[in-house]
Ligand binder design. Structure first.
Ligand code: URA
Length: 434
């Protein structure tokens, strides 16, 4: 087999066999195939697409490039959740404790934020002492005791994806539905799960700006899961405005705490309960989805999920008191209020621009090497549909360094659209694919 022939075959739109895909992935991971040939192959996939069989073979080859976690000795169904990434998306920190308190085993191997979306690891690491670089034994021990553990992906999980993702990032081939599906599913399937709930975000603050693209990605990931005999479902959800009010790491931990104490934003609470209910249902802890929704809501209302999160924080070396005393979290030193130029209704909040503005303040990174500032971010005061008087507060920027505050403020001012008429209400959960 010659790599150049496989690149040509894909370039011309023909279907590759499982053996051909394995050859490419194995030899690239071992360093036998050079970056320039893999980059050409990935660009050929970008233009020529892949069949469902090809994507499944690609996923398996990437999965088999590294270790798979074996959690079969832990009692109960293991169900994970993955979000394709959004602005202000902190649902994992709410639904994880809810599902774990319901008896679902929730292994959460998670990433850092890149670009304008935040990452669960960065949010957790704003909690003083919280450790995410756990050994496999430590991960298992926390999972066994609490049904929930959060850890960063080790370099042994799907190493082919790490190499290919970095190459795609520098050769403009990230935005390919088959490549995204194989990348996500290879990492999730390595977690030793029985089931998976995928939150596929759609809108200005999401990877997938259009619903048709998000649907295709969701359908493909569900199909891959089914071929691997896993229970997978995908929920398409709105990311046309940030989720909740807080964007930025420590600020989001504060909002998680409020939500776990039943004082959180309605959209964040609704989505967290919905996704947790789907995990409970997939884990067979509840026969009907409606009963699972009631169970999830009850666990949240009773404070069980709050207690669970505190226990997991303590088990991972963090100070659980941060959820009661926000002054224990990193705090910003300065604030800038953004006021509405006129009276009206908020009709749109460009989530990508809010994410970029938070990034300018230091809340996220544009390259993996950049340090983030856990204290900074944005608190929205108004969401889509809210009325605002002229001069009323739209949001507040929290910072520790003045350098980019003017630029961030300009982005945020432009992100808010104010109009005389109220917008049509939007659904948060757009579609379910199973
Ligand atoms: N997230 C991933 O893990 N992989 C992609 O290719 C895109 C988003």
């Amino acid at each position: 087999m010659r790599t150049v022939d496989l690149i040509r075959k894909k370039r011309d739109g023909d279907e590759l066999t499982t053996q051909e895909i394995e050859f490419l992935v194995q030899n690239y991971t071992r360093g036998v195939i050079p970056d320039y040939q893999m980059a050409a192959f990935l660009m050929a996939v970008y233009y020529s697409n892949m069949s469902e069989n090809e994507v499944t073979s690609l996923t398996l080859a990437m999965l088999n490039s590294g270790q798979r976690l074996d959690l079969s000795d832990l009692d109960g169904a293991k169900v994970a959740k993955h979000s394709t990434g959004g602005v202000g998306d902190k649902t994992s920190l709410i639904l994880g404790p809810i599902a774990a308190a319901a008896g679902v085993v929730v292994p959460k191997i998670t990433g850092r934020g890149l670009g304008y979306t935040g990452g669960t690891l960065d949010k957790l690491e704003s909690i003083p002492g919280f450790r995410t670089n756990l050994s496999i034994d430590e991960f298992r021990a926390v999972l066994k005791q609490h049904n929930l553990c959060f850890a960063g992906a080790s370099s042994q999980i799907a190493p082919a994806d790490k190499k290919m993702y970095a190459l795609r990032d520098s050769t403009a081939s990230v935005e390919s539905i088959p490549l995204i599906a194989a990348s996500i599913m290879s990492k999730k399937l390595a977690e030793g799960i029985d089931g998976l709930v995928l939150d596929v975000k759609v809108g200005s603050g999401a990877f997938m700006k259009k619903r048709t693209e998000a649907r295709k990605l969701a359908q493909l990931m569900v199909a891959i899961g089914r071929k691997m005999s896993k229970r997978v479902q995908a929920v398409l959800t709105d990311m046309d405005q940030p989720l909740g009010y807080a964007v930025g790491n420590a600020l989001e931990i504060m909002e998680v705490s409020q939500t776990l104490q039943n004082q959180g934003p309605a959209d964040l609470t609704q989505l967290s309960v919905e996704l947790a209910a789907r995990m409970i249902h997939l884990a067979n802890r509840s026969q009907a989805l409606e009963a699972a929704r009631e169970q999830a809501a009850q666990i949240l209302a009773s404070g069980e999920a709050f207690n669970k999160f505190q226990q997991v924080i303590a088990a991972q070396g963090g100070n659980p008191e941060v959820l009661n005393q926000f002054e224990l979290l990193p705090n910003a030193t300065g604030a800038r209020e953004i006021l509405s130029p006129r009276a009206g209704y908020v009709t749109r909040i460009n989530a990508e621009d809010i994410g970029l503005a938070a990034g300018l303040l230091g809340a996220s990174r544009d390259t993996m090497e950049r340090q983030i500032d856990p204290a900074v971010g944005i608190i929205l005061e108004r969401k889509v549909g809210d009325r605002v008087p002229a001069g009323g507060r739209l949001c507040t920027l929290y910072h520790t360094d003045e350098t980019h505050v003017d630029e961030a403020a300009q982005l945020v001012e432009d992100a808010f659209h104010i109009s005389a008429t109220a917008p049509e209400p939007r659904e948060l959960v757009l579609e379910v694919i199973q």
